[in-house]
Design a protein around this ligand. Sequence first.
Ligand SMILES: [Mn+2]
Length: 508
Amino acid sequence: MHNFRKTLFNTVSKSRRKVCGKPEQIIRRMSVIDYPSDEKMLSKFQIPKGIMGQPTCHTHPHLIEPDFLTCGITQMEYRERRETLVQKLAAEVHNEHQSHIIVIPAASKQYMSDKIPYVFRQNSDFFYLTGCLEASAILVMVKPAQTSHFKSILFVHDKDEHAELWEGPRTGCHAAARLFAVDEARPIGNFPSYLSQVASSTRPSILWSPRDANREVNDLLAPVWQAGAASGDPQKALHVMRSIKSPAEKELMKETCYIGSQAINMAMAVTKPGVSEHYLTAVLDYSARASGAEHPAFPPVVAGGARATHIHYVTNNQLLNADEMVLVDSGSQRWLYNSDISRTWPVSGKFTKHQRILYELILNVQKRLIQILGEHRPALDQLFDSMCRLLGKHLQQEGILPRNIDGNDLVGKAYRLCPHHVSHYLGIDVHDTPLVRRHMPVKTDMVVTVEPGIYIRPDDTSVPPEFRGIGIRIEDDVLITDGEPLVLTASCVKEPDDVEAVVGKHSL
Ligand SMILES: [Mn+2]
């Protein structure tokens, strides 16, 4: 708290630690996986020099340390992920006479209007398996029957002087094979002919591709299915993998959570009566980018007064009044990893009596839920059930809900006041790995949010008038460990006295 100003603009990259070791060291540790160990293959685990289609440790040493493909993650780690996925999918089928063709497309560019692109965001599954930031590329993995070996082929846009004049440099096929440590890189235009050739030579085969792949790619896959290939969806297995964070991913999560926390601290510090929600939105954006985020994780909620009772309020265009609180739900994306944090604070810098009662109530529920995560490692759906029970009990103790209801009635009333889930997985997507169901117990190295809230509409006559028109949410990002859960957003101010000490103490 007291170092708040000092830490405000510390960029995270200065404090990064190496977490993976150099690629050669990792190869030595990886004895279980049977990789070719000849010189030619080892030379693939080097980042080629020269200008590529994305930052490398040579061209952007301020973003990526030597020998890493993307920030904190080695070529070897991406290779291991591909290996694990192929093994998992092959194991799902239990038929060694089947061959497997796995197709994972990159995202394509999206346009807001003619020739005006949105900021490009890579497909999360594709990025997780390749580290490649190119639009409309395709990863293909082919595992023939009766062998554990497989080949990774990356289809990319080849070098093209004219296109590069407009769009900037491309990696191209020659460098892509070495940069992404795949067996081959080929021009994207050759994908259909390659696919039909490989499908006819590896029959009977299973073609694995995500169900939500874009239509263009699906059209290209159609002939393979028409030729009799079985189909499978690789996403479930991928999401299970992605839900457990590697040591390198845990460091990336710590960093994005730190950046997101400082952005909210900054927004809190510049809040004063009369400031607009829009201004706080700009401060969140500025602070996150200035400390190393690519951009916000999602359009933030900055909701003053009763607007906080609309859970997805993102219009953010009103002025903040002295007697109200403001609810902020915001996060940052750094190297594609996201934070997701909510805080609520009084615009004047001083909670009113009733605001403080409700704030402390939600804070106590939130802290207890974090403890429960460590003590019982429940499924997230169970955690939601715990929230409804705790919220109901506390609201009754404060006389906000009537004392003559109990059991399911009380839980139902609490649910009505907090109708959103209390937790989701977090990582390369904000609502990460949706195919990992929330009725499974949490596991070590998952990152989850803990976000109880309360939303009392101004016209809710079932609640005493002094509490109406108040919306509060407190959300932290939590790493599940073998011991106590680790709150990755602990540097984001949360205790009511600390909140009061920060609000309005800084002006830009
Ligand atoms: Mn959330």
